[in-house]
Design a protein around this ligand. Structure first.
Ligand SMILES: [Fe+2]
Length: 202
């Protein structure tokens, strides 16, 4: 194992242990996620450990690469390195689990939506834009399970961001996509999202 690979393993192991203990003792709430966000943000200071040679940028055909860095056996606490070419925007969606996104490189615009209805009618949702924030290197954002967002790469270069989820994509089976014009929702299970597990760190 190279020195960089050893350092990468140490960083992820230490950071994930801290993150798991915060959630274990405080639960999933905005205060706890703020602390988790600070840890993932500090990981962005080690960008040389997560460069193109270890985690290649997607080809034009691939558009996006989703590298699993670490998770638990049941998919809890899944940490990914995600690189996306300048495309977008994504569909408007939730994750049904908490999420923290932190930027290493490139600019990812996040649009966050406010839900105006009470969610009582299946397949229906009324949304309006709450605010927008562009995540650049060293920036981060945290989402509660019910939070709704859309992402769009707004830099000319690809993004390279950490994405941490309470449950991995494969377990995000109750994920929803939203059609803001129609006021509708549809199921969009994360289990169909292609994940590259070949570069797992721990
Ligand atoms: Fe998302």
């Amino acid at each position: 194992m190279t020195d960089l690979a050893v350092q990468r393993k140490e960083l992820i192991s230490t950071s994930m242990n801290q993150i798991k203990s915060i959630i274990k003792f405080k639960g999933v709430n905005r205060d706890a996620l703020e602390e988790v966000k600070n840890i993932v943000t500090s990981m962005t200071g080690e960008a040389e450990m997560f460069g193109d040679s270890a985690f290649p940028t997607p080809t034009p055909e691939e558009i996006a690469k989703i590298y699993l860095l670490s998770d638990e056996d049941d998919g809890d606490f899944s940490l990914y390195l995600i690189s996306v070419l300048p495309v977008g925007p994504s569909p408007i969606h939730d994750h049904g689990t908490f999420a923290v996104i932190a930027g290493l490189d490139g600019d990812e615009e996040n649009t966050i939506y406010k839900r105006l209805d009470d969610g009582s009618e299946d397949g229906k949702a009324s949304l309006e834009v709450d605010y927008k924030v562009t995540l650049k290197s060293g920036d981060a954002i945290a989402f509660m399970p019910e939070d709704i967002h859309r992402i769009c790469v707004v830099s000319e270069k690809p993004t390279r961001h950490f994405h941490l989820y309470g449950k991995g994509f494969e377990q995000q089976t109750n994920r929803l996509e939203f059609n803001i014009k129609e006021g509708t929702t549809k199921s969009a299970s994360g289990s169909f999202i292609p994940v590259d597990e070949s570069r797992r760190v721990i």
